[in-house]
Design a protein around this ligand. Structure first.
Ligand code: GLU
Length: 417
């Protein structure tokens, strides 16, 4: 399997077979603008000290300040954070948001920490990256294993450091601290709008359409609920411990309760299945909503689903692309399908800057409009160039960054060519 970053470059190259962009842009996108690695010391409740590694990467800021989440996960590393920040730059461009791409993380397993330890870790991380972030430079948000409470601690720490209220420095905050209505459900909502838009475009019936979802965190749970409520048959869901299956459809509310009370959907009664088996299940729609690279060249041929909705970032490794395209699997790519989160983050940033807050209905309606428009635009592009949806989304993103770069002059302009 190629490294995540090489995989990201392969997707740019695939898009560049269909469009021309300035060499300046291609060079500019070949590496991050800035990559910061910091030590994050944590004093445990029992007095021990552990020093974790933390990262914040600003990939590209052609279209606006860097934007992207912070994840807490033992596997966080420099290559992953860089790649995730690159994907954010592409995602914001596809969605027409005035942001570039950024990402951060700490290589830590937050499940091993007490609440007080988690708070200290979150605040120390901000101490260490405070000079690199800001409402006009780089704006963090939640990602894997981080949530509104963590964002609240982080925003509060930034306020303590700067001695000023600047709530727009971090999005995904608790509502009481300037968070936006609808931010928590936004990623699942957005993925659902993308699928719904395409189902209509394909003139496909929801009735009888089966769905399997890998990952039952914030986004996966919400997506499962919306699918079940709309009449899809959600036959399988899983979390990091494994999954459950029912060919008549699962009760999503009761699984959410089991997960909340017992930590995993595998504690629910019913047929169990592994994460590996879920990915190759004979369903119509597969939604990987957990981590990167769950579909690779090794298992791509066994994917039976006709549609994949990438709710996670990077769940399909680039070495699986050719097989999925050959097998006519329609992939609704991450930089579109999971963009609901950053879109409502954008709404939150706008509200923070205006100190004027929107009703939940307004947020929901504006998110829907943005997701439907972006999905139709990507699908139109795919038709126009006769390419898969991912390549179409990259084409759109690269053209936007290219146009903004050209506005200040590229080598062609300066050589009077
Ligand atoms: N972590 C989310 C993502 O990968 C949200 C980023 C944001 O809201 O800035 O898109």
């Amino acid at each position: 399997m190629p490294s995540l970053f090489d995989g990201a470059s392969a997707r740019i190259e695939a898009a560049l077979e269909h469009i021309e962009i300035s060499e300046d842009v291609a060079q500019g996108l070949a590496q991050p603008d800035a990559a910061l690695k910091v030590a994050v010391p944590l004093r445990h409740d029992d007095g021990r000290l552990t020093v974790f590694s933390g990262y914040r990467v600003r990939y590209d800021t052609t279209l606006g300040p860097a934007k992207g989440g912070i994840r807490f996960h033992p596997d966080v590393n420099a290559d992953e954070v860089s790649t995730l920040s690159f994907w954010m730059a592409m995602k914001c461009a596809v969605m027409g948001l005035p942001f570039g791409g950024g990402k951060g993380g700490v290589a830590v397993d937050p499940k091993q920490l007490s609440r007080a330890e988690l708070e200290r870790l979150s605040r120390t991380y901000i101490d260490q990256v405070a000079d690199a972030i800001g409402p006009d430079t780089d704006i963090p948000a939640p990602d894997v294993n981080t949530n509104p409470r963590v964002m609240g601690w982080m925003a509060d720490q930034y306020r303590i450091i700067t001695r000023a209220h600047a709530p727009g420095v971090i999005t995904g905050k608790p509502i009481e601290m300037g968070g936006s209505a609808g931010r928590t459900t936004a990623t699942g909502d957005g993925a659902y709008h993308t699928l719904a838009t395409m189902m209509e475009r394909w003139e496909r019936d929801i009735d009888g359409t089966t769905v399997a979802i890998q990952g039952f965190g914030n986004a996966g749970q919400r997506f499962a609920k919306l699918c079940a409520d709309a009449g899809y048959t959600v036959v399988a869901v899983s979390d990091s411990s494994g999954g459950v299956y029912n060919d008549n459809g699962l009760d999503i509310d009761s699984l959410a309760e089991t997960k909340a009370n017992h930590g995993s959907v595998t504690e629910a009664e019913g047929e169990q299945l592994s994460n590996a088996d879920l990915v190759t299940l004979d369903v119509d729609v597969l939604a990987p909503a957990a981590l990167e690279s769950v579909i690779t060249a090794d298992n791509a041929d066994q994917v039976a689903a006709g549609v994949i909705v990438e709710i996670a970032n990077g769940p399909i490794a680039s070495d699986a692309d050719a097989t999925l395209i050959d097998n006519n699997v329609a992939v609704l790519p991450d930089i579109l399908a999971n963009a609901g989160g950053v879109t409502v983050s954008y709404f939150e940033w706008v509200q923070n800057r205006q100190a004027w807050y929107w009703e939940a209905d307004t947020v929901a309606e504006r998110l829907n409009t943005r997701m439907v428009e972006a999905t139709q635009a990507v699908a139109d592009r795919a038709d126009q160039h006769d390419v898969d949806y991912r390549t179409a989304a990259y084409i759109m993103a690269l053209e936007k960054i290219d146009a903004a770069t050209a506005a200040t002059g590229t080598s062609a302009f300066f050589s009077n060519a």
